[in-house]
Design a protein around this ligand. Structure first.
Ligand code: SF4
Length: 352
């Protein structure tokens, strides 16, 4: 009986054969067994930039589906993007179906209001296309403030911004920009009928309309967890991802994207105790990296089960399939590609 070689050996064998024709990128929430094979790691913004800059013929994206779609939108002619596990989806992205967004935009516009949609990058290509057709853009957690300012500018004095789908990132960003609560409106979506509920006068007053989605993984973090950590470790500082609720951010000492969290830990002095509110794989990696020098604690152990669907075995499988020509690249409906890509390029231009 012959044994199949270990996944890491299979991966290295393909790498040796493809050399610079292959680049593997990975999101910080990937498991270490996958991330150790990547050329570059980053948050959504950094990875979008990397995809737009690389010359490699084959790009393998270790992350969830929308990330592969964004990479495919930014790919150059002749480049192909592959996902080790196409079924790895972002649960939050599903809270914003494109047809519901289209319906909401149509109704707001019919109420006489100019509106610019600003979508979190964690959305489907179909949703991005809807935003692109309405002069909108996308943002990441790293540039949400810049992009919300951009969208408010584009909407003009009497217009509004529709932020989709993360109500927490939208609210936390609005807090940073000092947009008063009285100018914000959380809209209500009834998924099956695509209805939204605000009254016409409410729409006319609001400067910022917030879609009611959120990330289930970050919704698990609570102010009580922070209070308990502070009780046990009086010198602890807390940093949380802006997908956490505004209550959690209000109790934290800092907040930011995954890259900001990594820098925060890097820059902390030896002996620091830091509590982190984000996905478990990143917190665990930082805890191991700084073991013996800094104490890194999770607010709670919260794992993204979709990110976890990408495994070292699946990475090896897709690489071998690329080599033998059977791999299926991420494809984007050509009718959606142009308006969806426009949302990404508007973001990259605005944040250059
Ligand atoms: S952690 Fe949340 S936002 Fe990120 S991929 Fe998972 S479900 Fe989506």
């Amino acid at each position: 009986m012959t044994h199949k070689p270990a996944a890491k050996d299979r991966i290295n064998a393909v790498r040796d054969k493809l050399g610079a024709k292959l680049r593997i990128f990975g999101h910080h929430y990937q498991h270490d067994s996958v991330l150790r094979h990547t050329d570059r790691q980053g948050d959504s913004l950094e990875l979008s930039r990397l995809c737009a800059e690389t010359d490699a013929e084959h790009i393998v994206f270790c992350g969830v589906h929308f990330m592969g779609e964004s990479a495919a939108l930014l790919a150059r002619p002749g480049q192909r993007v592959y996902l080790p596990e196409p079924a790895a989806d972002c649960v939050m992205s599903r809270t914003a179906p494109a047809n519901a967004a289209m319906d909401v935009l149509r109704r707001i516009t019919a109420a006489g209001r100019a509106v610019i949609p600003l979508a979190y990058v964690n959305t489907s290509v179909a949703l991005k296309a809807v935003c692109g057709r309405h002069r909108g853009a996308v943002c990441t957690s790293a540039n949400a403030e810049t992009m919300m300012r951009w969208a408010l500018d584009a909407a003009g004095r009497d217009g509004a911004v529709l932020f989709i789908p993360d109500k927490n990132l939208g609210s936390n960003t609005a807090d940073r920009l000092n947009i008063p609560e009285s100018l914000r409106l959380k809209i209500s979506i009834r998924e099956h009928v695509g209805l939204y509920c605000p009254q016409k006068n409410e729409i006319n007053q609001a400067k910022l309309l917030l879609w009611p989605g959120c990330c289930a993984i970050h919704a698990r973090f609570k102010p009580e967890q922070i209070a308990q950590l502070r009780k046990r470790h009086p010198k602890i500082t807390i940093i949380a991802h802006p997908e956490c609720s505004p209550d959690v951010i209000a109790c934290s000492d800092a907040f930011g994207s995954t890259s900001r969290i990594i820098r925060y830990v890097e820059e902390a002095p030896d002996g620091a105790v830091i509590g982190i509110g984000t996905e478990w794989n990143l917190v665990h990696r930082l805890a191991q990296k700084y073991a013996g020098r800094k104490t890194i604690l999770p607010l709670a152990r919260s794992l993204c089960s979709h990110m976890a669907k990408v495994t070292e075995e699946k990475l090896a499988d897709i690489l071998e399939a690329i080599l033998d020509g059977s791999a299926v690249p991420v494809s984007v409906d050509p009718r959606l590609a142009e308006p969806a890509k426009a949302t990404l390029t508007r973001m990259l231009d605005a944040c250059r």
